[in-house]
Structure formats: C-alpha cells, structure tokens
Design a protein. Structure first.
Length: 375
C-alpha cells in the first residue's frame, strides 16, 4: 500500500472513531427513563426520625431505643437519631420543641421530612422492648407501605385513589382513573423504552386514610382533608408531581402525569419531576435485586449511579405545569431560559458537541491533506 493510501485509510479510521464517539454520547444521553431513575438512590435527603430523651432517663431504655431503631430502619429511607435534650440544649430541633412548648418529661418522637415538615409521634408510658418496636413499626410498616414496597418493583406505577366524603365524586374519579390507565396501556409500546407492566390502583376510604395518616402526611395532604385525591407513585416510592384534587382529577391530567414516568430522562423535565417527593418506605436487598433483574442493570452500581448523577446535574429546562405536558417527547410550554442553579452544571447541548467534533474532524482532514500534498 502506498503512503498516500495509508494516510487516507488512517484519515477514514480516525473519522469513524470520532463519529462513533459522538454516537455513543448520543446514546448515553438517552440511556435511562424517568421510571428507571426513580429506582435510584442518589444521596438525597432522607426522612429523619428523632427520639428526644429527657435528662436522667433510664440508660438501659435509651440503649434499647438505639438498638431497635437501627434494626427497624436499616432498609428504609428513614435515619434514626437519639438526642439527649440536656446534653444538646442548642440543637435546633431541641430549640424548636422548647420554643413551641412541646418538650415533655418523657421520651418523644419527631419525624422530619426531606421538605422539613415535622410530625410528632405519640409514645405511651410503656417503654418495654415490645412497645417501642410496635411504635417504630407504625412509622414504616403500615399496610399501604408494605403493599407499595412490594408492588412498585414490578409495576409501571401505582395510583393512590383517596376517596372523599362525596360518593358521586368518588365514582366519577374512579372512572377518570380507569380511563387514564387504559390510555397509558395503549401508548406503552411507543414509549422511550417499550414496557408491558401493570398500573396498580389502590383505593383508600376515609377510614383507610385515617389509618395511613403518616404516609399521607408525607405527601403533603392535611389530615383533616376530606376531598378526593389521586397520587401517582413510581420507582422506589416517588410521587409524580403533586396530588391531583377534586375537579383537577381528569382523564387527561392523570394521563399526562403518568406518561412522564415512561419518558426519556432528558426530555426537558426539571429534576423535581425526575426524582419527585419520596415516601417513607422499606426498600430491602430483595427489592433491589428484583429491580436489577427486571431492568437488566443494577441502579446501585457505582458506574450507573455516577451516570444518573451526571444526568441529574444537567441544566434541565423547567416545565411550567405538568398538567399541560404533552405525551413523551412532544413536551411543550418549556421556558426559553434555563433554570437558575446554585452551582454551575454540565451543559446539555448536543449541538455544542456536534459542532466541536465537526471542527475536530475538519482540522484533521485539512492537516492530512496538506501532508498528502507534500508527499
């Protein structure tokens, strides 16, 4: 082979490599769906459960608190802490309780959500091991929490239908939910990644809502609210958007909300839609393995988590109103300006990548042609 032909061959090889790298970048940019990212744990804030212990309380009981708390919340998104009130007078949580005259002469529990909402949990006078265990289990092991932990693994999403005190409205809402779910099933083959998974519907009566107060508190719904609500849950217990209420519960709105779950992870959504408000749930090693088997990759793998973290750091554009978001990649009503970030983020522009690589290829070609002419 002549030197000129060798150089031409090398030019073609180099060009192919550069274009291939660009193609990989394109593929990587759209590797995960919103649902898949929803199973990840990207180091977000957990729920914090604080047990405040007054001065002089039995040390053996405190030791039992710590042991049971660690065992109960090990596989959950709740971090457990025991705080000695007398030893930590300047602690911001202790000051909060003092300022609101909530401190008692016996241990008390306070649950703090990632959004800094607080809920006091009543403790009886019985501090036996069994009684403490029962209180802790009520925080993380309700009937609905167990069902969600089990069913979210192999479901596209779960729809929580909260009945209100109007039977006619309850029936209307159920019809709208059924229609929206049927619509989603119709478009599943056209999603970013073809899926064939059920959407499960849980109906909660007003009585059920009282029994699930803590879980519903984490969604932001007031305990005394008696109106109909619909909540879409996906991944490892993330809410898609905010709960739909009353007249806002329509086939179209719920369809648009649920469709985002199957959308491409870089479809223009702000990270509040990609991650969503997370509910307090147990997520065991078995859950993680079953999700990995179903997805074909492990969301806990450090490389996968790194890729997802990079996606979440991208300067995504913000959609004004998810109820107006069309299906999948036809997202409209996107603000022209990117969302302001506290820290600089990696730009998400395929045009920039393409122009840069095109320029590199052009430089290589020009340099190579000059070499050929000299020879």
């Amino acid at each position: 082979m002549t030197p000129v032909l060798q150089i031409k061959k090398q030019i073609l090889q180099l060009t192919f490599i550069v274009i291939s790298l660009f193609s990989v970048q394109q593929i990587e940019a759209c590797r995960y769906t919103v649902r898949e990212i929803g199973y990840s744990d990207l180091g977000e804030c957990q729920f914090q459960l604080y047990m405040f212990v007054p001065e002089g309380f039995d040390g053996e009981v405190i030791k039992t608190f710590k042991q049971l708390g660690y065992a109960t919340f090990l596989d959950t998104n709740i971090a457990f802490h025991v705080i000695d009130v007398s030893a930590n007078p300047e602690d911001k949580r202790v000051r909060y309780l003092k300022d609101h005259k909530l401190l008692r002469d016996r241990p008390m529990l306070m649950l703090v959500s990632p959004l800094e909402k607080t809920k006091l949990i009543t403790l009886e006078d019985d501090f036996s091991k069994e009684a403490i265990w029962e209180v802790f289990e009520r925080v993380i092991n309700s009937d609905l929490q167990r069902k969600l932990s089990k069913d979210l693994v192999d479901s596209y999403a779960v729809v929580l239908l909260l009945h209100g005190d109007n039977d006619t409205e309850n029936r209307r809402v159920r019809r709208e939910v059924d229609k929206a779910v049927a619509d989603i099933k119709q478009v599943m083959p056209a999603m970013a990644k073809k899926v064939d998974l059920p959407i499960k519907i849980y109906e909660l009566s007003l009585k059920d809502r009282l029994e699930e107060q803590l879980l519903l508190w984490s969604t932001g719904i007031p305990i005394d609210d008696r109106s109909s609500k619909v909540i879409s849950v996906f991944g490892r217990g993330r809410m898609m958007g905010q709960p739909l209420a009353d007249s806002a519960i329509t086939r179209e709105r719920l369809f648009k909300q649920l469709s985002i779950v199957g959308a491409d992870c870089e479809c223009g959504l702000d990270r509040k839609w990609l991650l969503g408000t997370i509910l307090p749930l147990r997520w065991s090693a078995e859950n993680k393995q079953n999700v990995a088997n179903a997805l074909g990759f492990d969301v806990e793998n450090p490389i996968v988590k790194s890729e997802m973290s990079q996606i979440m750091s991208i300067d995504l554009r913000l959609i004004d109103d998810i109820s107006q978001t069309p299906y999948l990649n036809s997202l409209e009503r996107i603000k022209e300006n990117p969302v302001a970030k506290e820290e600089p983020s990696t730009p998400n522009s395929n045009k920039v990548i393409w122009y840069s690589l095109s320029g590199l290829i052009l430089v290589v070609l020009i340099a190579s042609l000059k070499i050929i002419r000299k020879k």
